[in-house]
Design a binder for this molecule. Structure first.
Ligand SMILES: [Zn+2]
Ligand SMILES: [Zn+2]
Length: 335
């Protein structure tokens, strides 16, 4: 099979990915093999290729928003049948035994395995997945539509939960890419007032089209104080900006796996009055199942840009340079 691997880490325009030919992987106990139809492009893939995230093994295949069809079962696997369409996401496996897993916080597992970082992901013709960590996908949702839900959607949903805004509450969304545009739709359906603060005319237009209550520049103040906010942009300099926009007691959740340095925080103006700053780390399977159900019920629509799998490096470069809004999706076969 063909696969893209991270050959070395470098700026995306310098070509860190390489196309290789590999044997089809054989599923182990409890695993299934997936013939990949689509794989979404996540900013984490870019962080991995560029070395912000240190690759955990050489020549790993990136990609963790995978949609495909089961074509082989490993020993003991029986949750899905050959021919079933499933989704593969970032959380590839946990140990199930550490203190975090035991108390239901498997996103904090001490020995996690992440798809497209610890094990090969979806920039390929096929991949393996532990069936217990795969997702059934609702019928009627196209492959290209489903792919971005699997990381951008799920992580955004966890960030939304952690931002702790109730129905009728005021949510700030900083940055408006693949994850934010899905999360904003869920928030609006849950009855929140959504204020989007982002750079880029295209992103602001998309936010307006999706029904945001206000849309402004990333560093502008929203028209009302926020009960909670999510920072999607990987820009640490926006942390104090977003904290200032919070009402007393509000929470800022940082959704990204990587963030540039946070400047000095002014305790009185930016954190006092019980404002809270917290990170978001991966997700539990429960987050994933809940989000996929809500996305189906609310008919959350991903704005997607299709690329051929052959053009994975261009898709990542376009993401790096902000050349599209919404989410890029790689296709094996014709989009
Ligand atoms: Zn664990
Ligand atoms: Zn991701």
């Amino acid at each position: 099979m063909r696969a893209w691997v991270v050959d070395h880490t470098a700026p995306i325009d310098d070509g860190p990915l390489r196309r290789v030919e590999r044997d089809l992987p054989q599923p182990g106990p409890g695993q299934v093999r997936v013939r990949i139809s689509c794989c979404g492009v996540c900013r984490t893939d870019l962080h991995l290729a560029e070395g912000d995230l240190v690759p955990r093994r050489p020549a790993v295949v990136p990609g963790h928003e995978i949609v495909g069809v089961v074509d082989a079962l490993g020993p003991g696997a029986g949750r899905f049948g050959v021919g079933d369409r499933i989704g593969v996401a970032w959380l590839g496996r946990t140990d199930g035994t550490c203190r975090f897993c035991r108390r239901g916080d498997e996103n904090l597992c001490e020995s996690p395995v992440f798809t497209g970082w610890d094990v090969d992901g979806g920039y390929a013709d096929a991949c393996l997945v532990d069936e217990a960590f795969a997702y059934a996908l609702p019928a009627g949702l196209g492959d290209e539509q489903a792919a971005p839900l699997l990381c951008a959607g799920i992580i955004g949903y966890r960030a939304l939960r952690l931002a702790d805004v109730g129905p009728g509450g005021r949510l700030g969304v900083y940055g408006f890419g693949g994850s934010a545009h899905l999360t904003a739709q869920v928030a609006l359906h849950l009855g929140m007032r959504v204020h989007v603060l982002t750079r880029g005319e295209q992103n602001r237009r998309l936010a307006t089209e999706l029904g945001a209550d206000s849309v402004g520049d990333a560093t502008a103040m929203p028209p009302e104080p926020l009960d909670g906010a999510i920072l999607f942009a990987p820009a640490g300099e926006l942390v104090p900006v977003a904290l200032r926009a919070l009402d007393a007691g509000g929470t800022l959740a940082v959704a990204g796996i990587w963030l540039s340095d946070i400047p000095r925080i002014d305790y009185d103006a930016e954190l006092f009055h019980e404002r809270k700053l917290r990170s978001v780390t991966a997700n539990t399977r429960r987050d994933g199942e809940e989000f996929l159900q809500l996305a189906h019920r609310f008919d959350v629509r991903a704005t997607t840009v299709a690329y051929s799998m052959d053009d994975a490096p261009s898709a990542l470069a376009d993401l790096a340079h902000g050349r599209f809004s919404g989410a890029a999706v790689l296709h094996n076969g014709t989009p």
